[in-house]
Design a protein around this ligand. Sequence first.
Ligand SMILES: Cc1cc2nc3c(=O)[nH]c(=O)nc-3n(C[C@H](O)[C@H](O)[C@H](O)COP(=O)(O)O)c2cc1C
Length: 236
Amino acid sequence: MNNGWINDSERDAFYKIVHARRDVRSFFKPDPVPSEALARVLRAAHHAGSVGYMQPWNFVVVEDPALRLKVKESFEKEKAEAALLFDEPKQRRYRSFKLEGILEAPVNLIVTCDSSRHGPQVIGRRSMPETDLYSTCLAIQNLWLAARAENLGLGWVSIVKPEDLHAIFGVPREITVVAYLCLGYVSEFPLEPDFERLGWLKRLPLKDLVFFEKWGDAKPSEGREDLPGLLGGEKK
Ligand SMILES: Cc1cc2nc3c(=O)[nH]c(=O)nc-3n(C[C@H](O)[C@H](O)[C@H](O)COP(=O)(O)O)c2cc1C
């Protein structure tokens, strides 16, 4: 970086990381994650934007196998219950999916949100109180991208009861558990999302998601006629 300017190869590296980021549930290796790499990833998370500079997050680094086993048990229960929401043959397919790497990933991380941080008046939160949670998600996205830059796989596990996580890890009731993440080196990074590869869902065409001037208006504004054609282009 030069006076804050990003040069072309740095820009390309950024987009490469964005497009190569994957939710990883398989392929975890037991190799330890060095503290230096973990610190870089956590520092990236901590440099996310947050409403009113609230920084509502905390991170719990979990490595104890006994604690992770308890989370895995909670996951199995939740996954079995969630399976019942699908009719056959989708239910059988859902059951077959690998949806976590809790025990295989050497590091698990809990990311929480403290809605009361810095007291009741935080700039920007009056109209949208939920921006504390949005901010925490930005920290998680930073963490996810930083992990990818470190060639660390990361998988988000939301198939677990928050109450179980509160109980297992002693998280106070007033703190929101936003994410349970599995982190570690991997033998490979899938090139596409698992759900795409498995034919469960497809990436939506971006051009169908972009409107012009008013909600639902797909007709490009003057001077933007070229944009829809560019939205499916190369990953840069
Ligand atoms: C809020 C959130 C919760 C998620 N929960 C799970 C989960 O419980 N299990 C799982 O396998 N993947 C989970 N994922 C990962 C998504 O399935 C994944 O991001 C999506 O399929 C796109 O794949 P990609 O991340 O590889 O691009 C979660 C992702 C997000 C953002």
